[in-house]
Design a protein around this ligand. Sequence first.
Ligand code: TPP
Ligand code: SF4
Ligand code: MG
Length: 333
Amino acid sequence: MTTTQQLKPIRGVHNAPLEEFYTSGHRTCQGCESALTMKLMVKAAGPRTIVLGSTGCMYVANTTYYSTPWVVPWMHTQLGSSGSAATGTAAGLKALMRKQKIKDEPINVISFCGDGGGADMGLSGISASLTHPEYNHLVLMYDNESYANTDIQVSGSSPWGANSTFSPPGKEHRIMNTRWKKNTAAMLAVGHPMSRYLATGCGSYAVDLMNKVRKALAIGGPTFIHTLDPCPKGWDYDPKYSHELGMLAVETGLWVQWEIEDSKLRYSGPSRMIAVGRRKRKSIVDYLKRQGRFAHFKEEDIAYFQAQVDQIWEKWGTPGVSPMRLDVGGDRA
Ligand SMILES: Cc1ncc(C[n+]2csc(CCOP(=O)(O)OP(=O)(O)O)c2C)c(N)n1
Ligand code: SF4
Ligand SMILES: [Mg+2]
């Protein structure tokens, strides 16, 4: 394995690097948290970084003709290809260094995708990338809970009941998306023992997210981070509330922040406080009522949603990560 950069933890927001590698020149919506995720991701990674990005808002809105916010080298890849682009780029760099065509130095490779590109279309490529311990890279899936760039179609990561262009509530059927959100990071964590680091995060907890990016890049081998990114357009709220909605998602226990480093699971931020019983989860009502995509919800829908979140914390073997529990099978031979 080629060496990785030694990236020290950032102790508090005042110690975050001042340099920006994702700056002006993008055309994302006002209050776009996915843009914030990009900014924090590459701020944490630093200048010796190559970023690859699959089709979606973070490609299209960031590469308007002759203009881009990326200060580091950046390349677009096909919608389902974040995993293979990551492996290919890491392998290419390694070969060039071995042949002494370029200087042998640690270069970060980050490949990002949206939830449509990662949780749905590119899942197999990401899975394959996490089986190659000889290549160092991070796949970051920014999750705005829809195929946002093509006008908010439902994805496997969209929340139950949310209004989208593919799941509009009607008079006959109020709840058109009857699927619960996929738990992508945990699914990948369970199935890929060669990956030493997988985590969830949210731009509302900027230092936590930047430190997770640093750990993922420094540890070596293939890694994965899944962020939850409030999206004013798709979630239908005033852009000024993006930060608060990200916090609410965590404080209600709907979005659980954790990391698995060398098989050790740790919760972070409010999720840790909730997990150790030092903080109560907030009710989901405020989170739902502040977003137009849930405006059609009746009391029974809110109650169902709350019951699902309660279950994640009260019935799952590892809350928010895995519903599995050991069954010792007392009545079986
Ligand atoms: C193979 C393929 N199918 C469909 C499209 C059209 N398309 C472009 S962006 C996009 C949405 C991607 O959604 P997601 O990955 O969640 O990113 P977001 O737009 O939400 O940022 C789609 C369907 C495409 N570019 N390639
Ligand atoms: S639609 Fe959502 S994800 Fe896309 S640029 Fe706008 S706020 Fe960001
Ligand atoms: Mg999306």
